[in-house]
Design a protein around this ligand. Structure first.
Ligand SMILES: [Zn+2]
Ligand SMILES: [Zn+2]
Length: 893
């Protein structure tokens, strides 16, 4: 016998350990069963579980448990990402607390520190995934910096380089002066801010007049090497080719024509700072202009900045403006909205910066990746994301893959220090190699220096679907599980990760990395706001599992995971689904209480003595099992969850359990046997259907069910299909009529506010054919509707003074005489109406008061408006009730 109520704590640990011990989560490298595989989006080692992960993991676990039960050779491969900048930042902060920093420590010692940190804290998130019930094959856990993956990374780098798809170049990159590293375009958060547009006079060297240029970053004028105008711009046509004197530094710079210049911006003449602006960088390349770097990697002014050397970039801006003003060169300052880039890690304002970086030439890779989706080899679900994918892929820029940090895959490039012969010089002394080279292959010199940079974290995660399966070796795992079946992740990493996996998978495996990718929406709070620490609306998943049990939490996530819609999450909902878990528990208790030792549970197929309700529930079970499988196949998790929820709660518990009570408690052994066998069968099947969603409670109950089971654990029970039920159209049609009759009488009871225990009399006027069905099942109806007598017929008379409920198949009358005082009820309702009208008047006065409306905060006004609408709704409902009662009462006279 099970406990009175469900207590998740001990039960969850017990079954999770049992599953691990039995090895149910382990995949077979070679198997006759069809494969089904998922690689986990590797969470950062620095991470701790947030709602986004919880959703990710729950949906993946539902799919993998379902497929496992369907008989597939399933692999869910877990692991973590080394998360370059994020992890380095965490360890740097720790060092700072001890008054140390990484530069003093040195590279090797620092990396050792990070590994120590990883050993100590990096497992936290994995532990948290287990708490959610994740059925990963933990023996195959990987880390993006482990030996095998590092080997894959080198292999890919070397191959891409040898094919000319990786190159080193000067480039304007996004630079974070705080993190001291390049950031990819995706790693820069853009924000609109109120700033200024400064108009600055550049005088001609011949002393005749000047040109005014407009800029939002006046300090960069120190690095100007030209002023550009549009060749079509009549205002400047005659000035092209003349020479200007750069303000403050006095350098001579030319006026050049370039079609890129937007004639509507500022004055139509722009300063060109090739080393500090991506557009100017391109202009400079077209016109062969010099590049002058006026800033250091720390965001301070360099030697090239003359008298401003050593100043912080924002300090320098102030000084420059002051000096321009006193030289009479600052023509005007206008307010201007500027798009400012920030480092996504530390929020520092990003600086466009000229440096030597490594790039992947993405165009050819992206073209293949577009094709794979166009041809349906990769399906993006929901399909709406495909357009964003195509847009991004079509406009993709080369991917800057070098990062100026220490934690990560060090770039497998060495530089020859000697360059003693021409062969070496031709190669710029660059050596790219799988193994650390001992000497320069071109000139034999041994003074080699490895590139200081590491690769972008996303470089290694782009290889995740095949590097984790053993690539570059040709392994059984790789042959069995690649391409993987589905990737489940959030839209925020569609470009960072998903798109790049498609490119790399196609390039190195010649096959897409996954057949499907399901992109889930964002989880917001109950009001639809983004969750953030500053708003204080962040929900901790582990707290939810602690308070309500993991199953309730998982079921909530699944039930709200509708495609393409943000999930509005609230604790109330988890609490609500805990009731569902309890409902399942109580249904089990009902079975255990009523099942006697001597009871024999028979297979339902061919069982004699099945009642209408037995046939009906078996037929519904068949449809529900089919529907759940179908919706899971389409990743409609919310639909699957709601279908099984409705079935278990309403059809099984509310209707079926009530309907079979007479049979269970009666003397007819055949009827009792049929009901009991059906009940146990339906319940056992429901536990199977529910298992992927709520694995713990279902396993606990299933193991306790005292019946023959064909598996050792629910984990490996065959997943139910429509064959587990018995389709029976006729039974469903008949039951619908019975349910309509019962509901009709119950509705009247509700409208009249009658106590549930009060016995009624009911008269049912039927249309053709329905009467027989109802008469056959009159005992159900009278029991479920608590009717002491029921009269059924095609030509029964409508009694005087009766409440009425009508549906297409029948009219139901409940005589009120002696049961109910219509006048007293109308009086009571009228009093309620008066009260509500008073309240409404008060609110209306408030809302028409101009003083209140202008001063009250919007939230207060909204609240009043909501109340007003509420009261109006109630009012019309009460009026409707009175109207009905008056009609029913009329028959009085
Ligand atoms: Zn930063
Ligand atoms: Zn050399």
């Amino acid at each position: 016998m099970i406990d009175k109520s469900y207590n998740p704590k001990g039960i969850e640990d017990k079954w999770y350990s049992y599953w691990l011990e039995k090895g149910y989560f382990k995949a077979d490298s070679v198997s006759d069963r069809p494969p089904f595989s998922i690689v986990i989006p590797p969470p950062n080692v620095t991470g701790s579980l947030h709602l986004g992960h919880a959703l990710d993991v729950t949906l993946q676990d539902i799919v993998i448990r379902w497929k496992r039960m369907c008989g597939f050779n399933t692999l869910w491969l877990p692991g973590t990402d080394h998360a370059g900048i994020a992890t380095q930042n965490v360890v740097e902060r720790e060092l700072k607390k001890e008054g140390r920093d990484r530069h003093k420590l040195g590279r090797e010692a620092f990396i050792e520190k990070v590994w120590e940190w990883k050993e100590q804290y990096g497992g936290r998130i994995i532990h948290q995934l287990k708490r959610l019930g994740a059925s990963c094959d933990w023996d195959r856990e990987r880390f993006t910096l482990d030996k095998g993956l590092s080997r894959a990374v080198r292999e890919v780098f070397v191959r891409l380089y040898s094919e000319g798809l990786i190159y080193r170049g000067d480039y304007i990159i996004n630079w974070c002066p705080r993190c001291h590293t390049a950031l990819s375009d995706l790693e820069v958060d853009h924000e609109e801010r109120e700033g200024s547009l400064y108009y600055i006079r550049y005088k001609f060297v011949d002393g005749e007049g000047h040109i005014v240029v407009a800029t939002t970053r006046p300090e960069t004028l120190l690095g100007d090497t030209a002023v550009a105008v549009n060749p079509e711009d009549d205002r400047y046509k005659d000035l092209v080719g003349k020479t200007l004197r750069l303000p403050l530094l006095g350098r001579e710079i030319p006026v050049i024509p370039d079609e890129f210049v937007d004639t509507s911006f500022g004055t139509g003449a722009v300063k060109v700072t090739p080393a500090h602006d991506p557009n100017d960088f391109e202009i400079a390349q077209r016109h062969n202009l010099p590049f002058i770097k006026i800033m250091t990697g720390e965001g301070e002014m360099s030697d090239e900045a003359g008298p401003y050397k050593g100043l912080d970039r924002f300090e320098c801006r102030k000084n420059i403006l002051k000096d321009l003003e006193s030289d009479g060169l600052l023509a005007e300052v206008k307010p201007h909205t500027i798009g400012l880039g920030h480092c996504y890690r530390c929020k520092t304002v990003v600086e466009p910066y000229l440096s030597k970086q490594w790039f992947v030439k993405t165009r050819p890779l992206a073209d293949e990746a577009i094709k794979a989706v166009k041809e349906g080899r990769v399906r993006i679900i929901p399909q709406g994301w495909e357009n964003s994918y195509f847009d991004w892929m079509k406009n993709i820029k080369d991917w800057c893959i070098s990062r100026q940090i220490w934690w990560g895959h060090r770039i497998p490039v060495w530089y020859c220090g000697a360059m003693t012969n021409q062969a070496c010089k031709d190669k710029d002394g660059i050596i790219v190699s799988l193994e650390t080279p001992g000497e320069c292959p071109y000139c034999g010199d041994t003074g080699l220096v490895q590139d200081e940079d590491v690769l972008d974290t996303w470089f290694s995660s782009a290889l995740w679907p095949f590097s984790t399966l053993g690539w570059p070796d040709d392994t059984d795992d790789l042959r069995t599980f690649y391409p993987t079946s589905v990737l489940i992740t959030g839209f925020d990493i569609l470009f960072f990760w998903v798109a790049r996996m498609v490119m790399m998978g196609l390039k190195f495996m010649d096959k897409e990395p996954f057949h499907h990718t399901y992109i889930h929406a964002l989880i917001r709070d109950a009001k639809g706001q983004k969750m953030s620490k500053s708003k204080g609306n962040v929900v901790d998943p582990l707290e939810m599992t602690e308070l309500y049990g993991t199953d309730s939490f998982r079921f909530t996530l699944a039930a709200f995971a509708a495609q393409g819609r943000d999930i509005k999450f609230s604790e109330n909902r988890v609490e609500g689904y805990r009731h569902f878990i309890n409902k399942i528990w109580n249904a089990a208790r009902f079975i255990f209480v009523n099942l006697k030792k001597e009871d024999k549970i028979e297979p339902v197929a061919g069982l004699s003595g099945l009642s209408l309700s037995d046939k009906w529930i078996l037929s519904r079970l068949s449809s529900v099992a089919a529907e759940v499988n179908r919706t899971l196949e389409e990743y409609r998790f919310n639909d699957s969850a709601n279908i099984v929820y409705q079935f278990v709660w309403h059809e099984l518990c509310d209707w079926y359990l009530e309907m079979i009570k007479p049979a269970l408690f009666g003397d007819d052994a055949v009827a009792r046997g049929a009901a009991l066998s059906t009940l146990v069968h339906v319940f056992e099947t429901c536990l199977g259907i529910l298992h992927p969603f709520v694995p713990f409670v279902t396993e606990e109950l299933w193991q306790a069910l005292p019946v023959d089971k064909k598996a050792e654990s629910l984990c490996v029970r065959e997943y139910p299909t429509e064959k587990d039920g018995i389709p029976d159209r006729e039974a469903e049609d008949k039951m619908r009529l019975v349910m309509e009759a019962v509901s009709g009488i119950r509705n009247i009871r509700g409208e009249l506010n009658l106590s549930p225990s009060l016995e009624l009399r009911a008269i049912i006027r039927t249309s053709n054919g329905t009467g027989d069905v109802l008469s056959e099942n009159i005992s159900y109806i009278s029991k479920l509707a608590r009717a002491s007598s029921i009269e059924i017929g095609q030509d029964v008379d409508k009694p005087e003074d009766a409440a009425v409920s009508v549906n297409p198949a029948m009219e139901i009358f409940v005589p009120l005489k002696g049961l109910f005082d219509v006048d007293a009820e109308i009086n009571r309702l009228n009093k309620e109406i008066n009260k509500i009208e008073d309240n409404l008047l008060f609110i209306q006065k408030k809302l028409s008061n101009e003083d209140f409306m202008s001063k009250a905060p919007k939230a207060v006004v909204d609240e009043s408006k909501d109340k007003q609408a509420d009261y109006n709704d109630k009012l019309s409902a009460l009026m409707g009730n009175i109207e009905k009662l008056r009609q029913w009462g009329k028959q009085d006279g």
